[in-house]
Design a protein around this ligand. Sequence first.
Ligand code: UDP
Ligand code: MN
Length: 488
Amino acid sequence: MKRKQKRFLQMTLLFTAALIFLPDVGLWSLYKDKHLEKSAEPGEQQTLPLGMGDGQLFTWTDGLKRKDWHDYESIQKDAMRSGKGEHGKPYPLTEEDHDDSAYRENGFNIFVSNNIALERSLPDIRHPNCKHKVYLEKLPNTSIIIPFHNEGWTSLLRTIHSIINRTPDSLIAEIILVDDFSDREHLKEKLEEYMVRFAKVRIVRTKKREGLIRTRLLGASLARGEVLTFLDSHCEVNVNWLPPLLNQIALNHKTIVCPMIDVIDHNHFGYEAQAGDAMRGAFDWEMYYKRIPIPPELQRADPSDPFESPVMAGGLFAVNRKWFWELGGYDPGLEIWGGEQYEISFKVWMCGGGMFDVPCSRVGHIYRKYVPYKVPSGTSLARLFTFGWREDIRPGEPLHTRKFCFDAISHSSPVTLYDCHGMKGNQHWSYRKDKTLFHPVSNSCIDCNPAEKKIFMNRCDPLSETQQWMFEHINMTVLEKFNSKASS
Ligand code: UDP
Ligand code: MN
């Protein structure tokens, strides 16, 4: 190679290296200009290039400083842990551990909870982009409000430990535990003595059983933080869960933000993502909350960015305290459990606010196997599917029955909903003493496939469990008279 050529090659290499590696000259500076100094739209979160953590501050052209809020020390500590249930792994259950008595008091396996460390580690299952996001350097602080009614000892403590270990202390104004008139012994002095070690924890108690909505309201009325964050008493918060929530509220205070709610299995306490992440909140005409896919045109380019949801899931969310009261808080007439998420969601919309789900904020929640506590009858807003029966069958709440009836044309046809005509015929059903629902036109009974959540017609079989239906109040005299009339 000629000398001149060699020198030219050396220069080119040197220049390329400079372009790549030197700060403020190289490609990095171009990247930085493009990404860090663009003006941030409200609600948009910024992504930190790989390896750029360590407390550095970044200024966007909106003039606001942002930083990496990860607590790398606590992340490191979690990574080192080992033992049963660590890293959110399922606890290895034996047959005996499944005994029903383990579930009776809480609706989840308290035996497993008692055998897993209170400070157990969790897997970081966030979208990879979340690891590189930076949030406002100045975030509002929050009161964390946790209502509880007869909560298990270890499940309640694990909630508190996970908050203390995975939340920047400067962001916690206080943690308010609100006892909704529990009668379990461990929730009295023993709890107070335990919590002395946490300077920020306060315990307050209702004077009678209020239900979760008024219990949350009591906590909110005592709170002093700029933001209110509500959690259930059997949660585990995951890595860096709080800053992305507070960031969204700091950008626009008329915002309610929800973390992604992960599933802590009620049997073995394994930690898993809720099925269907790219889903938003919705509800059907029976007021059942469900999550449905986000239409493609509304999907964000970065799936880890916050996205709007028409209604929120319920118990786990953060809201600016002043704005919560401007909204009127929750309706204090709401009883025990259920429905409150719609009330607050509608008020948010009507008052010009928005509701966001924040994928980079994840909180595990134990979904119970069954509700363990007593709900005074007729007070819960959450009704299950009910059948109004007047020789035809009308699904829905009796007082608000929509005018649809169960209708079947023949034995082979499916049961469908059709406008009620009151003429019996294809809509004529009878409830028999053997607890089957009989349809004379097709000479068959309603059967169901619980796994597929389907109902269909089948040959009547009083011994089949899937054909047994329960009616709450039955006047046997009327029923017998009716059945004898129907069969004659
Ligand atoms: N809770 C309460 N009073 C009640 C019922 C529930 O304070 O009458 C608390 C409960 O301890 C929990 C939260 O409210 O922290 C939500 O209730 P739950 O977990 O039973 O509802 P789910 O999550 O099963 O829908
Ligand atoms: Mn719960």
